[in-house]
Design a protein around this ligand. Structure first.
Ligand code: F6R
Length: 243
């Protein structure tokens, strides 16, 4: 795992932007794996700017998102489809049919998981996967204890994840209880992975990750089994790591 320590969140976003845009310049038919949450927002802002400022074209790019809440319509203000449309897709020249996000309204979620894994294999492999990290080490919605060989699957969200995501909903009762997520093995199929972490509230997680104890009780640690992972971290998130 390559570790890049940045001064602040802006620099984390800037560094990630450079790597994503380099990927697209190298292959304009790249497949990007994308995450939601607060961490990649600065990256997405800069990718939008890159269209006009640097002439980056998304016409032939495909994106595959990590996860989606179960039970939310695509148009729901807090669905991950809406998040991606508002923060990125509606602002760049990407075709909607090239953007893949699990369908959280599928009658039989298990069938949707199988279909989505086939998307990952047929549209992919993902050239570059963007990840954030949960305070408990989750990646996607793969909570502690998730099988490292897991493919796309349905998960029941743990209380801490629902509490942390409650900030986006009118009340915690409205945060969905289940989600569909790419599994850990699905994520590891990506050719390259960028894990972004910023802020003091991620410091414990970054410390645990960099202790190199590869353990399913801390899902992000399984990334040590992949040979092309770059952690981009700011000083706040890095502060508990002993140098
Ligand atoms: C979202 C996702 C999650 C987040 C993680 C960190 O698609 O995959 O694993 O990356 O919960 O969230 P933030 O960035 O909000 O701290």
């Amino acid at each position: 795992m390559k570790v890049i320590v940045c001064d602040n969140y802006d620099e984390v976003s800037e560094k990630a932007t450079q790597l994503v845009e380099a990927q697209i310049l190298e292959n304009d038919h790249s497949v990007l794996g994308l995450a939601t949450g607060s961490t990649p927002l600065g990256l997405y802002e800069r990718l939008v700017e890159g269209v006009t400022l640097r002439g980056i074209a998304y016409k032939n790019v495909c994106t595959i998102n990590l996860d989606e809440y179960l039970g939310l319509e695509k148009e729901h203000p807090e669905s991950y489809r809406t998040f991606m449309s508002v923060n990125l897709f509606d602002k760049i020249d990407i075709s909607t049919e090239n953007t893949y996000i699990p369908d959280g309204t599928f009658d039989t979620a298990e069938e949707e998981c199988l279909r989505y894994e086939q998307v990952i294999d047929s549209v992919g492999p993902i050239d570059l996967q963007i990840l954030g990290i949960g305070k408990n080490g989750h990646i996607g919605f793969n909570e502690p204890g998730t099988d490292s060989k897991s493919l796309t699957h349905v998960v029941e969200l743990v209380a801490s994840t629902r509490e942390s995501n409650a900030r986006f909903f009118p009340s915690i009762d409205e945060v969905p209880t289940y989600a569909i997520t790419m599994g850990i093995k699905s994520i590891l199929k990506s050719k390259k992975i960028i894990l972004m972490a910023a802020g003091k509230n991620k410091a414990e997680a970054v410390k645990t990750l960099l202790s190199k104890d590869v353990n399913e009780s801390f899902p992000a640690s399984i990334l040590w089994n992949h040979d092309n992972v770059t952690l981009i971290v700011d000083r706040d998130a890095y502060e508990l790591v002993k140098s």
